[in-house]
Design a protein around this ligand. Structure first.
Ligand SMILES: [Zn+2]
Ligand SMILES: [Zn+2]
Length: 326
């Protein structure tokens, strides 16, 4: 099969012919129809996340059809459309798994990081962690729901019930969260790089009440989610957030957070991160996304152009989500 394989960090993934993967016990073989490109993929390529399982097939927003089943795998029918998300396997035994927090499992395996993912024609996955997908929406349009949407949804849930929600960095996740939050009756304020009027207009199209530069403060917020991997936004967002409000860092990696005066945190403000997802998040979010209904903005690339897609994402030039179509 054709795949884009990362041989070493800080080098570009290379088009490679690999033997077809075989589904092991409890696994499904999936014919990949679309795979979203996530900022996490960039962090892996760029060496900001340690110890990926090299050589590695990246990609953890996989939409495909079941093409084969390993021993004992019977959850999905052959031909069924399913999604493979970031959470690929958990131990089921550690204190996190046993307390409903499998997203924090100490032995978790992640798709496109510790096991091969979807920058390929075929992928194998543990069927227990795959997600049945609702009908409707093309494969490419559905792919961004599997990480940008899911992690965004978990971050939104951790915000509580904010009336005024700030989104810092209006890319793949924020453009989905914006639609969900507006659907829930929240007022959304979108913060972009100062001067990025095109993205600001995009945010307003999706229902944001206000959009402007991250250096502006239109109104006090009840909660904020920071999707941009920029630590300097943390004091900005705390400063913009009302007493008792929550600031959630949505990314897996962020540049260092500059020191800031304690008074920005004082007043019972909460600063926290969001990490990974649980299977329950996946089920809840996909059902909600159908009800909203969430419309994703995508830009598709052939599999062999994965590096072009990654370069565009790195430059901040992707509107919505880049999606590879093998
Ligand atoms: Zn991701
Ligand atoms: Zn565990």
């Amino acid at each position: 099969m054709r795949a884009m394989v990362l041989g070493r960090q800080r080098e570009a993934p290379q088009p490679t012919e690999l033997p077809e993967p075989q589904p092991g016990p409890g696994q499904v073989l999936v014919g990949v129809r679309a795979c979203g490109v996530c900022r996490t993929d960039l962090h892996i390529v760029d060496g900001e996340l340690a110890e990926p399982n090299l050589p590695l097939v990246l990609g953890h927003q996989v939409v495909g059809r079941v093409a084969g089943r390993g021993e004992g795998a019977e959850r999905f029918e052959t031909g069924e459309r399913i999604g493979i998300p970031w959470l690929g396997w958990t131990c089921g035994e550690c204190r996190y798994c046993r307390s409903g927090r499998e997203n924090l499992c100490v032995r978790a395996r992640f798709t496109g990081y510790s096991v091969d993912g979807g920058y390929a024609e075929l992928a194998v996955a543990d069927e227990r962690y795959c997600l049945p997908l609702p009908a409707g929406g093309s494969d490419a349009e559905t792919a961004p729901l599997l990480c940008a949407g899911l992690i965004g949804y978990r971050a939104l849930r951790l915000c509580g019930e904010p009336e005024r929600l700030g989104l810092y960095g209006f890319g793949a996740s924020a453009h989905i969260v914006c639609q969900v939050a507006v659907h829930q009756g929240r007022r959304v304020f979108a913060f972009t790089r100062p001067g990025d009027t095109a993205t600001q207009a995009f945010a307003r199209e999706l229902g944001a009440e206000w959009a402007g530069g991250s250096d502006e403060r239109p109104e006090e917020l009840d909660a904020a989610i920071i999707f941009a991997p920029v630590g300097a936004l943390v004091p900005h967002a705390l400063r913009a957030t009302a007493k008792g409000g929550v600031v959630v860092c949505g990314g897996i990696h962020m540049s260092d957070i500059p020191s800031f005066p304690y008074e920005l945190l004082w007043g019972e403000r909460v600063l926290r991160s969001v990490a990974n997802l649980t299977r329950r998040d996946g089920e809840e979010f996909l059902a909600l996304a159908s009800r909203v209904p969430v419309r994703t903005q995508i830009e598709t690339f052939p599999l062999e152009q994965a590096n072009e897609a990654l370069a565009k994402l790195r430059a901040g030039d992707v509107r919505g989500t880049a999606v590879l179509v093998p």
